[in-house]
Design a protein around this ligand. Structure first.
Ligand code: ATP
Length: 233
């Protein structure tokens, strides 16, 4: 399987704080890979290093076979990477529709029309301000906005965070559907139990280092290990 994303030996710092200690991971074409770990393990820092939001001091990032280490975020995104950051980061003062007009037009199946079909709730709320949406609606808007870039790789940072269980299931069904359509996905989750239900493979981070790298099903079947590594109770 050809690699869509290859991360090799990332060393990332915030000032003097050494956060990532040689993180390596890959996502193959059409794969759904989970990146798990407790609070503060370094998951978001790994995403930021991949997206060019925080430059790693050492290590390499390759996307679709091209070295992208140190490139600015807009150049990384323009290669075909949709990033849904933690906390969603939608524009609260713009309406749903205006939020969807922000991404540049790209070629592919995802248009404002088709994302409204995917999330009918967003179509109903198209004139509501982003800041007035529920957490679940904001997550859907953030995913819709990323899909408009027609990405080949979708990176989701903790999509379940702060959502009611029934909404989490809806968001996860959407992720599953994206995978069904052939998209490669890196799903960052603190909720390992949830992510392992969908993932092909998983990595677990602890203190900025990979402590598990293998099939999602293996970790899912070993509850004790999952609990010990990723802190699921
Ligand atoms: P969470 O689930 O809480 O988001 P995470 O696994 O995504 O956790 P990171 O956000 O990558 O973890 O944080 C890793 C470590 O880096 C933590 O110890 C955190 O306190 C620290 N950290 C994060 N952002 C900064 C920053 N801007 N400056 C200094 N330290 C930071």
């Amino acid at each position: 399987m050809s690699a869509v994303l290859e991360v090799d030996g990332l060393q990332t710092y915030y000032g003097k704080s050494h956060i990532l200690h040689g993180v390596s991971l890959t996502v193959g074409a059409g794969e759904l890979v989970a990146l798990l770990g407790r609070n503060g393990a370094g998951k978001t820092t790994t995403m930021r290093s991949i997206m060019g939001l925080t430059a790693p001091r050492a290590g390499r990032v390759r996307l679709f076979g091209q070295e992208t280490t140190g490139r600015p975020p807009y150049r990384v995104a323009s290669l075909g990477v949709g990033y849904v950051p933690e906390g969603r980061k939608i524009f609260g003062h713009l309406t749903v529709h205006e939020n969807l007009l922000v991404p540049p037009e790209t070629k592919g199946p995802w248009t404002i029309e088709t994302v409204y079909q995917l999330f009918p709730r967003l179509a109903e709320r198209r004139t509501s301000k982003g800041g007035r949406l529920s957490g679940g609606e904001q997550e859907m808007l953030a995913i819709a906005r990323a899909l408009l870039l027609n990405p080949k790789l979708l990176i989701l940072d903790e999509p379940s965070q702060g959502l009611a269980p029934v909404i989490v299931q809806e968001v996860m069904r959407t992720v599953e559907r994206m995978k069904g359509e052939g998209m490669s996905i890196l799903l960052v989750e603190q909720n390992a139990f949830l992510a392992l239900q969908l993932a092909d493979r998983a990595y677990v981070l602890s203190d900025g280092a990979v402590v598990y790298d293998g099939a999602a099903a293996v970790l899912q079947a070993d509850r004790d290990r999952m609990e010990q590594l990723a802190g699921v109770s």
